[in-house]
Structure formats: C-alpha cells, structure tokens
Design a protein around this ligand. Structure first.
Ligand code: WTA
Length: 656
C-alpha cells in the first residue's frame, strides 16, 4: 500500500494552565493513563463500571457485550432504562430549580426553562403523543426550528420509546420525503415556520409538499408547533396543533422502560453515493458515550454554562444539546438564529450576555467569523469562557490559533473533537486539563477507544505515515446498524479486506506523530495522488489558510497527463474578491506560498477565487462538487441541500 504522506509541519504546543488542570475532572496525563490501562487490562469490566456509575438502570444489566454476531454488537442488552428519565427525572430531587435551557430567539428574547419545567413539558408532550396512539418503536420525524420545543419533542419520544429521526429544518421537501419513506414514519412534528436571521422558512408547507410525493401513507399525524402564527394549510384528518394537544395532559408520564439496545433514534447522513443512510443508535450505549464525553472532554462542572451551536438536526445537536448536557444536569444555551444576525458579533454577544463558559462550534463557523471581523471578539467581554471546542471538519492550525488567542484569550484550552454521526460521541479528543495541545491535532483517543491507523490490508502503519483511521474494538456508543439495511452497514463500516471485518472503518485518513497524537488528513475519498504522492486535503488547505490574506480554502485533484493528478485550490480571501491584475498576482503569490510552506509537490496547478465555498447545511465543504468543477464536468449531484448555490457559477466562471 502507498501510505498517505504528511507534508504539514506544525510544531507549536500549548500546555493547559495549572488553574485549569487543578480543578479539572481529569487533572493530569497520569489519571488519563490509569483509565486507559484499566480499559486495556479489562475492557468489558471498564465499560461495565462506567455504565453502572453513569446511568440509572431500572433493571441492572448482567450481559456487558454480546458479540455473537459481529458487527451487530449489543451492549448491556439485558439492562433496562429510560433515557429521558436519565436526563430529567434524575435531577428533580437535587436541582429541580436549576435552569436547564437558556433559550435565545432569533430576535433576542430569552426564555429560561428549569429542570422541573422541562420535565413537565416533556411529560405533557409525551402524554399527547401517546394520545395520538404513538407508541414504543414507532418512528417519528422531527422537522423543527432550533428551539427548546425541539428538545422537548426528542425527549418526549425517548420517554415513550418512540424512535425519533430529526431532519434539519433546512432540508428540501425531496430530502424530507426520502427520510419519511425510509423510516416508515407514523408522525411528523414540525412548526408553521422557522425563523433564522429574520428569514422565514415555511416548514409546514415543506412537510405538506413531502407528504404529497407519494408512499407516505404510514404518516397518520402531523403535529404543528405555532412559531410565528403564519397561515398554514391544515388537513383536519391528520394535522393537530401542538398547543392544543398538550392542553389538559397530565404533567406526569411514567417512562417506558426499554432494553438498553432499544433504538433511541435514527439520524440520516448522506453517503458519498446512493441514498442517505439511516444511522441507528441504541439507548444505553449511546447515552453512556454522550455522558462520559461531557465529563472527560468538556470537563463538565455544575457551574458551567454550556453552549453547543449545532442544530439538533445533526448528531452534534443530539449528543451535545438534546442528551449529553441534560444527562449531566447542565445549564445550556440554545440559540435559534445565525451568527451574523443582526450583527456579525451575535455569537460574542450571546457569550457575554449569558456568561457562557464552554463554547463548542465548527471550523467553518470559526473561519467565517474570522472573515467577518477577526478583531470583533475583543469588543465583547468573553471572560466567562474557560473551554472552547471544535467539531465537524479538521480545524486548520491558523484558525485554531485565532480561536485560541482572540476568543479564548490564550486562557482556554481548545478541544478539537474527532467523531462522527456513526460513533455517537467523541472518539479522539483532548482531555483539556491533562493534554498539551497542538493546533490542528485532535490529540489522542478517549479511554476505552482503541483507535489506530492501518493500511489497505488492515496492518498498522508506521508512526508518521498516513493511512485509514479505524477503531479496533466495539464501543458502547457506536451505531448498531443502518435502518433497514444491515448489509450496507456491514459492508460500509466493517469491510472484509480491512482487519478481516473486525475493525470499524471511519472513512477518514490520518497519521500519528511521535507523541502518539492523531492528525486527521481528510476523507479517504478526497485523497489526491500527485506524482505518486498521496496527499490528504487538510494539510494543503491549512497551508493556504495560514496565508494572511486567506479566509478559507478547499483543494481537490484533477487529472494531469504527467503528474497523475494536479492540485486545484478554491480560495476565499479575507478582503474583497479579487479582480483584474490582482487575480494573477494573488495566484502567483499563493502558489509560491504553498511551495514554500510545504514543498513544490503540493503547489496548486490552478487557483480559483470565490466569495464563498459550496457547503452542506451542516457546514462541511463539498469537495466532491468542487472536483466536478475543477474537471469542467457537468454537475450531476443533487445540490438541493447546498447552502449557497450561487457560488457555483462564480467558481465555474473563474476558471483561470
Ligand atoms: C469530519 C460530526 C477533523 C471527519 C460529529 C468525520 C473531523 C466527519 C472532526 C463526521 C475533527 C468531524 N477533525 N475532521 N475534529 N470532526 N470531522 O457525521 O471527516 O457530521 O468523518 O459528525 O467529519 O461528520 P458527521
């Protein structure tokens, strides 16, 4: 196998402050190593102990891991629990009056909900669902704005054992339809409209369109939350108002006690080809992952004000909005709007106003905030912050440095968390009180997570060489299957040729440095092959972003007669979009810069500028689409879920 070459040389190291370490849940590397050792010596005992300590079981488990039929693993399978009970009821005797959710609407109104109130709302809504004959095992689509009610809907499903499938409010009718049909949903929970950045998005209309596309007879109920009061069409056989069905409902609802393996939810994630995959998660194992990572990686303390900016339509909004923080009994911020409305300082304003201590967001958000106003954070009081986090894409070292210095004021560790929809919770991430940080590295695996880098035959690669990122042993929070498609599950994630079907294949490339730190290099599908050198996308992009004029960059390969593939870079500048002579000047400057930073091999053959890059609704750069543009091919991909379609024309035209 030709391994993947690393060309980036990042040498900066940042130690956690002694203040931070002293009060951290894991205060030093030794404590981390002890946990790792425990897991190594008695893997099942380690996980069983965590599951007993962190989850309230209605009936304790005796079976830890059932691996009769790999990779269809079952964890704690004879244990019985309820996830909503573990997120709400368990706090009522100790902190009923603590604020669970500080909700800030798009236009700035703030609503605080205590644990007791949240419990009441969830119980009432759960009773209302039962009243609509929705029961354990039924699939319920949630297509809601980012509001407290979205969490209420998810928790209420969990309470009655219904399997929710949240669809991000930005998805089109076609995408929504596909998910409704695949899940065989009996109900949809939605709102009249969603409001983001003052723009109204007619969710109920989109649901109606999706339900008119056929094969949707399974759907018996549409529950509509009134957000704006906009007129919506109403089918009285099927549609009900949220506020009407909760009236008169009891504020108590006995949880449905389910097996640990009962599916808590499915969440659709688009694969590189074919229809979206319904990633299916369990109850007990999933909850354990969410909770442990809150404790270890977010170093949760009861005085924290936690803010994860992800929408509940993504896995991050499941694990670190709807479940993890509530399982810990945390106070968290939920924000309905966008970072730039009404001003580019909105995020900083929210941190200042609510005294946020832990701020978790995505590199794309960070890079666009830099573009909008690199010096803006200095105008706000961000002194409440103690920990920052990043997720969703590799964070380029320069973006990391800005986040560290300008937002965290060189005081807050950054947890760069590597994980996936499929893994349910953090897999490789810094323990913030214990690990020295290196900008751009997600550092080391959590205790009990056996991550490794292997070649095409499944053998460990040498230190410093890039290869496939795998997880060698089953872990509690991993996906259980793909909804209705066990073969695709097995073939995609446990391929026969890598580790004999025993390893979980993440689909990312990575390498480990001399200190054992992991560096994610990008998706395997995006690896470039230039003159026989296999290069990940992350490092060339990071070199470009390190140039003072560059805000964002994406690189792809295009066929080249001599080199095999040539590097094509798509670049967003911090200042104005270049025109005339400045284009050529800038291109030459950046090509030389990359050659100098990482070597001539990575020098882009071609550079195109845009005001933005094409991104998915979750903020990931769509490199596949850029590849099509670079090759001058017709776009055949579905681009209905693209956040900013106009930018494609610009990037096409600008072929220089
Ligand atoms: C990428 C999001 C580098 C990676 C939780 C992964 C990252 C995919 C990081 C999963 C990170 C996520 N560093 N890359 N810290 N976090 N990724 O399913 O390619 O939306 O496989 O889950 O995002 O994306 P997903």
């Amino acid at each position: 196998m030709t391994t993947i070459e690393s060309v980036l040389n990042e040498t900066r190291v940042f130690q956690p402050s002694s203040d931070f370490s002293q009060r951290a849940n894991i205060p030093d590397i030794k404590t981390y190593q002890v946990l790792c050792k425990e897991a190594e010596q008695d893997y099942l005992g380690f996980w069983a102990k965590q599951a007993r300590n962190h989850i309230i079981w209605h009936q304790p488990f005796t079976s830890i891991l059932d691996n009769h039929e790999p990779p269809f693993y079952k964890w704690f399978s004879d244990g019985v629990l309820n996830v909503s009970y573990n997120c709400l009821d368990r706090h009522l005797s100790t902190q009923a009056d603590k604020v669970a959710i500080i909700f800030e609407s798009d236009s700035g109104e703030v609503t605080k909900t205590t644990y007791e109130e949240l419990h009441r709302q969830v119980c009432q809504f759960a009773n209302a669902l039962k009243n609509q004959n929705i029961t354990k095992g039924d699939r319920v689509i949630i297509y809601m704005p980012m509001r407290t009610e979205a969490v209420v809907a998810m928790q209420a499903c969990a309470r009655i054992g219904a399997i929710h499938s949240v669809v991000f409010g930005g998805f089109s009718a076609k995408s929504l339809h596909e998910r409704i049909v695949d899940a065989g949903a009996v109900a949809i929970i939605t709102a009249d409209e969603q409001v983001r950045g003052s723009k109204h998005n007619p969710l109920k209309d989109t649901v109606d369109q999706a339900l008119n596309m056929g094969d949707t007879d399974s759907v018996k109920h549409v529950i509509v939350y009134r957000r704006t009061g906009a007129a919506v069409s109403f089918n009285s056989d099927r549609d009900v108002w949220w506020h009407e069905i909760v009236q008169q409902q009891s504020v108590d609802c006995e949880p449905e006690w389910v097996s640990s393996e009962h599916p808590l939810f499915t969440l659709y994630t688009s694969g590189s080809t074919g229809k979206p995959k319904g990633v299916q998660h369990s109850s007990g194992g999933y909850l354990l992952g969410a909770k442990l990572s809150m404790q270890w990686i977010f170093d949760y303390h009861s005085s924290d004000i936690f803010w994860c900016t992800a929408d509940v339509g993504w896995i991050t909004g499941h694990s670190y909005v709807a479940y993890g923080p509530l399982a810990m009994g945390a106070t968290q911020v939920i924000f309905e709007g966008i970072p730039t409305y009404p001003t580019p300082g909105r995020f900083w304003e929210i941190i200042q106003k609510h005294r946020v201590t832990t701020f978790y967001t995505a590199p794309t958000a960070i890079r666009s905030l830099i573009k909008l106003g690199a010096d803006l954070p200095a105008r706000y009081d961000l002194s409440s912050l103690r920990l920052l986090g990043s997720v969703g894409e590799p964070i380029n070292p320069e973006a990391w440095m800005w986040f560290y210095e300008k937002v965290g004021q060189s005081r807050c560790p950054i947890v760069d968390t590597w994980w996936q929809t499929e893994t349910g919770s953090h897999m490789i991430a810094p323990i913030p009180g214990a690990f020295p940080l290196k900008p751009g590295s997600c550092t080391m695996p959590l205790p009990g997570i056996v991550a490794a880098i292997v070649d095409e035959a499944g053998h460990d690669v040498e230190q410093g060489k890039g290869g496939f990122l795998v997880i060698k042993k089953p872990f509690p929070s991993q996906l259980r299957t793909l909804w209705g498609d066990p073969d695709r599950f097995r073939n995609t994630y446990f391929p026969k040729d890598i580790g004999n079907g025993q390893y979980y294949l993440a689909g990312d490339s990575a390498y480990r440095d001399k200190d054992g730190y992991f560096w994610i290099m990008g998706r395997i599908d995006d690896v470039l092959n230039v003159s026989g050198h296999r290069l990940g996308t992350m490092e060339i992009e990071s070199a470009l972003v390190a140039h003072p004029s560059v805000a964002e960059a994406a690189v792809v390969g295009k066929p080249h007669a001599i080199k095999g593939e040539a590097v094509v870079a798509f670049v967003v500048l911090k200042g104005a979009y270049p025109t005339g002579d400045t284009v050529t000047e800038m291109i030459n400057l950046l090509r030389d810069w990359v050659a100098k930073e990482i070597g001539p091999i990575a020098k882009p053959e071609e550079i195109r500028f845009g005001e933005n890059l094409p991104k998915t609704r979750s903020g990931k750069i769509m490199r596949r689409l850029l590849r099509t543009l670079a090759r001058g091919e017709e776009i055949t991909q579905d681009i209905s879920t693209l956040e900013n379609p106009a930018v494609l024309e610009q990037l096409k035209k600008n072929a220089g």
